[in-house]
Design a protein around this ligand. Structure first.
Ligand code: ATP
Ligand code: NCN
Length: 189
């Protein structure tokens, strides 16, 4: 099976993430897309980072009816911060029969040289990149890249957290279940 790994903080998961993941799962040679919830991005410090178990639960709620999408908490048991190359190495050992590719936005790919052992990452793993406005994909020596033209929404987790703090509605920016669960538990207030 060929699996696309979509790494992120998902703080919280929103429909921008869901549209990308589902589109890529059905419009490339991938069989499945796994949302890998990262406890701690090495390059992002956030005072509003919700506990990873809650973020994982929100992802599970968001994709519960999606056949080709799955949530993974594999990084919860790995050292922090969450270095993607270490997770990939661990996953290759744990799932030797699966073929993994990495999914990322062109904004993240722009910064890839700041990632731990990025040469190893781009040498050993294909990267499926979806272009984000204002972030054209530049050729990268040695990288096995595939560009996917997926529909884009200009929304972000940080904008959603801000709306909640201001007491505004986040309806339609996240799934109904996710909205309800965030409200019931008072997350991000
Ligand atoms: N609107 C969007 N459409 C598609 N992909 C997105 C969108 N927003 C973020 N992503 C991508 O999803 C992955 C995980 O993103 P992340 O969890 O950081 O969400 P975010 O909305 O960018 O969060 P934040 O606003 O907190 O930085 C990253 O690869 C990021 O490029
Ligand atoms: O491995 C690295 O050095 C590295 C550097 C920056 C980001 N990442 C990962 O990239 C993913 C995107 O993070 P985020 O917070 O933008 O959703 C997340 O899984 C991070 O752990 C990984």
């Amino acid at each position: 099976m060929k699996i696309g790994l979509y790494f992120g903080s998902f703080n919280p998961v929103h429909i921008g993430h869901l549209i990308i993941a589902n589109y890529i799962a059905y419009n490339t040679d991938l069989d499945k897309v796994w949302f890998v919830v990262s406890p701690q991005n090495p390059l992002k410090v956030s005072s509003t980072l919700l506990n990873e178990h809650h973020r994982f639960h929100l992802v599970e709620l968001a994709i519960k009816d999606a056949d080709r999408l799955k949530a993974s908490n594999i990084e919860f048991s790995l050292p922090r911060p969450s270095y993607t190359i270490d997770t990939l190495t661990y996953m290759a050992e744990k799932f030797p029969t699966q073929e993994f590719v990495v999914i990322m936005g062109s904004d993240s790919f722009e910064n890839i040289t700041r990632w731990k052992n990025y040469e190893q990452l781009i040498k050993h793993y294909p990267i499926y990149i979806y272009t984000r406005p204002g972030h054209p994909v530049k050729e990268s020596q040695g990288a096995n890249i595939r560009i996917v033209d997926a529909p884009m929404l200009d929304i972000s987790s940080s904008a959603i957290r801000k709306l909640i703090q201001e007491g505004k509605s986040i309806r339609y920016l996240v799934t109904e279940d996710v909205q309800q669960y965030i409200e019931e538990n008072g997350y991000y207030r």
